[in-house]
Design a protein around this ligand. Structure first.
Ligand SMILES: *Cc1c(COP(=O)(O)O)cnc(C)c1O
Length: 386
C-alpha cells in the first residue's frame, strides 16, 4: 500500500523528510553533529528558548500540573487561559480574545463558524493551507481572488451582493513570500460593501507594527479589522493561537467553533510561557529592532550578490529556485556550507516556484547573517538561486 504514491512523490522531487535538528541558541542548530546557522525558523524574536519562558512554564507545571484534561467547556477553564485571553485582548486593543490550540485549529474553527450556507468567502490565492482548509470545511461559496489584487476583490463583492454575508480572509504576512496584505484597501472595501474582514497574523504578531501588534497596527488600522487571528508558536516562541475581536464575535465562536469546543485545552504551562512571551514582546522593542536590522542586512547582501528577494517586505525572504529537484539540491548544498534553510515545494507553493524560504530572526548576529550570505553567494556561483 502507498508504494506507488511514494514513488510518484520521489520521481517529482517532492519527498518531504524530517531533519533531526537539535536545539541550540535560536540562531544555530545541530544537524548530523554539525553546528549550522538556522535560517528557516519562525521564532522571530528568539524567544523559544528564553529563560523567562522556561521558568514560567516550569512554575505553572508545579502549580497546576501538566495536562489540561479536557475541553475548556467540559472540565472548567484554567485561570491561566483567562489571564492570557485578557492580556492578549489588552495587547490587541479589542474587547475580547479566544484561545485556540494552534493556528491551524483557529482557522479551521473560525472560518466555517462565521461563514456558512448562503455566505461567500473571498480568499487570497496565496493564503495559508489552514485558511484553505477552513474554507473547505465551510458551507459557504468560496471565491479565490488573485494574490493581493484588490480590484479582483471588488469585482467579486459587486457580484455577490445577494449573499447573506461576505467574509474577506487574508494572511497579514504571506508565509512563503514574505509580502504584506493590502490591508488599507481591504478594510475600505469591507467597510464599503459591508463585508467581514479576517486577517491571519501568524507571521505578523510580534513582528509588524511599532508595538508588535500585527498587520493592523503596521498600517494604522487598529480597531478596523474585526476578526484578527494570531499565533503564539512563531514570534511568541510558545504554542497556540487566538482570535481577537468584539465580545459578540468571541462569545459566538466559543459557542460554534468546533476546533475550540471539541478539543482538549492548551496545557497551563503553555499559557504561562505565552504570558511571559507577551511581557517580552511588550517590554523589549529592541528585539524587534534587531530583527529588522538583521533582515535589512540580509536583503541588502542578497541584492549585492545579484539574488532577487522577490516581493518580500518582512523577515521572510524567498530565494526562488524553480524546480523541486533543484530546490532540494540547493538546500543540501546550503547545509554543506553550514546553513539550514529548507526547500519549499508544491503543493505548498505553485508548480515551478520551488524555493528556499529563508527567515531572519533577532537571534542572529551580523556575523551569522554574513556567513549565511557567503553560503548563498556560493550557491549562486553554482548556478542556483536567481
Ligand atoms: C503557521 C501558520 C498557521 C498555523 O499556525 P500553527 O499555530 O503553526 O498551527 C496559520 N496561518 C499562517 C499564515 C501560518 O503561517
Amino acid at each position: 500500500m502507498f508504494e506507488q504514491e511514494l514513488s510518484y512523490i520521489d520521481q517529482h522531487g517532492l519527498r518531504r523528510r524530517l531533519v533531526v535538528a537539535g536545539p541550540d541558541d535560536g540562531a544555530h542548530v545541530m544537524i548530523n553533529d554539525q553546528r549550522v546557522i538556522l535560517m528557516c525558523s519562525n521564532d522571530y524574536l528568539g524567544l523559544a528558548n528564553h529563560p523567562a519562558l522556561r521558568k514560567a512554564a516550569c512554575a505553572a507545571m508545579e502549580q497546576y500540573g501538566f495536562g489540561s484534561g479536557a475541553s475548556r467547556l467540559v472540565s472548567g477553564t484554567g485561570a491561566l487561559h483567562c489571564e492570557l485571553e485578557e492580556r492578549l485582548a489588552k495587547f490587541k486593543g479589542t474587547e475580547a480574545v479566544l484561545l485556540f490550540n494552534s493556528g491551524y485549529a483557529a482557522n479551521t474553527g473560525i472560518i466555517p463558524a462565521v461563514a456558512t450556507t448562503d455566505d461567500v468567502i473571498l480568499s487570497d490565492s496565496l493564503n495559508h493551507a489552514s485558511i484553505i482548509d477552513g474554507c473547505r470545511l465551510s458551507k459557504a461559496q468560496v471565491s479565490v481572488y488573485r494574490h493581493r489584487d484588490v480590484n479582483h476583490v471588488e469585482d467579486i463583492l459587486k457580484k455577490t451582493a445577494h449573499a447573506r454575508r461576505r467574509l474577506i480572509v487574508t494572511d497579514g504576512v504571506f508565509s512563503m513570500d514574505g509580502d504584506i496584505a493590502p490591508l488599507p484597501e481591504l478594510v475600505s472595501l469591507a467597510e464599503r460593501y459591508d463585508a467581514m474582514l479576517m486577517v491571519d497574523d501568524a507571521h505578523a504578531a510580534g513582528v509588524l507594527g511599532a508595538g508588535g501588534k500585527g498587520t493592523a497596527e503596521h498600517f494604522g488600522l487598529t480597531g478596523r479589522v474585526p476578526i484578527q487571528m494570531g499565533t503564539l508558536g512563531k514570534a511568541f516562541g510558545s504554542f497556540g493561537a487566538y482570535v481577537a475581536g468584539d465580545k459578540h464575535l468571541i462569545e459566538f465562536l466559543l459557542n460554534s467553533a468546533r476546533s475550540f469546543i471539541f478539543s482538549t485545552a492548551l496545557p497551563p504551562a503553555i499559557c504561562a510561557a505565552s504570558l511571559a512571551a507577551l511581557d517580552i514582546v511588550e517590554q523589549e522593542p529592541e528585539r524587534r529592532n534587531k530583527l529588522w536590522l538583521n533582515r535589512d542586512r540580509f536583503v541588502q547582501g542578497l541584492k549585492a550578490l545579484g539574488i532577487d528577494p522577490g516581493e518580500s517586505e518582512t523577515p521572510i525572504i524567498p530565494i526562488m529556485i524553480g524546480s523541486s529537484e533543484k530546490a532540494t539540491q540547493a538546500s543540501l548544498l546550503l547545509l554543506e556550507s553550514g546553513v539550514f534553510a529548507s526547500a519549499i515545494r508544491p503543493p505548498t507553493v505553485a508548480e515551478g516556484t520551488a524555493r528556499i524560504r529563508t527567515t531572519v530572526t533577532a537571534a542572529h548576529s551580523f556575523a551569522d547573517i554574513d556567513a549565511a550570505l557567503a553560503a548563498f553567494g556560493a550557491l549562486k556561483q553554482k548556478g542556483y538561486a536567481g
